[in-house]
Design a protein around this ligand. Structure first.
Ligand SMILES: C[S@@+](CC[C@H](N)C(=O)[O-])C[C@H]1O[C@@H](n2cnc3c(N)ncnc32)[C@H](O)[C@@H]1O
Length: 311
């Protein structure tokens, strides 16, 4: 352990011996998050919310506990456990979701571990609120695909949104697909969600889809090395989109030309790449979807434009 980590670790131990209630621990944890410069955004953008989540999970208290829980006193053994969890989170920089082995997208819980990126996608709001607007009302959606599925979370959300559809879930990482298999099973969707190990569509059996959806790796390679330590603990394959971030997106769009129904659409989440996308794929006229926080991170491209595209 580095000197700084040892000092910080002692700080947690000292504070822990004084923090007797959940509320006192929460206040202490918030200070420690700030002092440690902890990277946020994997579980929550707020240190308060993430620390409270970790406290409740470690103490095996309900996540929907009301404010009275803050007054709850901890036993000595509980204080030791909580200190150990925050040491792993703030000294070792292990993401909270890897400590609890779970991630939440809305009401849905997914198993996660170091084999997959922690789910945090705008598709959580786009699938229920906007996706249907882009599909012909009369057409029943029968076949959709989630390319770059990771934990399988978006394939599962798609299967729930389109209860009559078959869903293909594709990833290049066998390790990620092992996690996706756990989630498909726990959500009881084994009959409708099929997992494929493939570099984009290379090894996916021929099929034409109503919807191709993807949250691919899109960080330019140089950005990956500068990410906060917590994010660097996620699989590099899940983040690194090549020199300009577009490696997987280029391949996906080229292959999507022969994989869409005539009324079909492609939806791609691209992080901060809107301007780069608009420049590179001008002919495809990507339409950018508005999200609650106003970010333009997800675009829709329709089959007709893709078919005409000579890219
Ligand atoms: C940003 S993660 C998205 C995971 C999941 N869809 C989500 O939203 O949480 C990207 C995923 O793409 C996978 N991946 C990377 N390169 C790929 C490729 N060439 N073909 C298919 N999957 C790939 C990674 O293994 C990773 O699981």
């Amino acid at each position: 352990m580095s000197d700084a980590a040892t000092v910080f670790s002692r700080l947690i131990g000292r504070g822990a011996s004084r923090a007797e209630t959940v509320g006192a621990w929460l206040r202490l944890a918030e200070k420690l998050y700030a002092q440690a410069g902890a990277g946020l955004g994997q579980v929550s953008a707020s240190a308060h919310d993430e620390a409270l989540y970790l406290l409740l999970r470690t103490l095996e208290l309900p996540l929907d506990s009301d404010a009275r829980v803050l007054k709850k006193k901890l036993t000595a053994a509980q204080r030791t456990n909580v200190a150990a969890v925050f040491r792993r989170r703030l000294v070792e920089r292990v993401p909270a979701a890897y400590l609890t082995r779970e991630a939440w997208l809305g009401e849905d819980r997914f198993y996660v571990d170091e084999r997959v990126i922690i789910p945090r996608s705008y598709f959580l709001e786009i699938i229920p609120e906007q996706l249907d607007d882009w599909l012909p009302a009369a057409k029943q959606v029968t076949h959709v695909v989630d390319v770059c599925t990771g934990s399988g979370c978006l394939a599962i959300l798609l299967a729930k949104h389109f209860p009559k559809a078959r869903v293909d879930a594709v990833d290049l990482s066998n390790a990620a697909l092992e996690v996706a298999a756990i989630n498909v099973k726990s959500h009881r969707l084994g009959r409708r969600v099929a997992l494929h190990c493939s570099d984009v569509f290379d090894r996916v059996p021929a099929a034409k889809y109503d919807v191709i959806l993807s949250n691919p790796p899109y960080e330019p390679s140089a950005h990956c090395d500068a990410l906060p330590l917590e994010f660097q603990r996620e699989p590099r394959l899940a983040l690194d989109g090549g020199a300009d971030g577009l490696d997987i997106i280029r391949k996906l769009l080229r292959q999507a030309r022969t994989r869409l129904q005539p009324h079909g659409i492609v939806l791609i989440e691209v992080g901060g790449l809107r301007a780069v996308m608009d420049r590179e794929f001008t002919a495809l006229e990507p339409h950018w979807l508005q999200t609650h926080d106003g970010s333009d991170c997800v675009c829709v491209i329709n089959a007709a434009r893709l078919k005409r595209w000579r890219g």
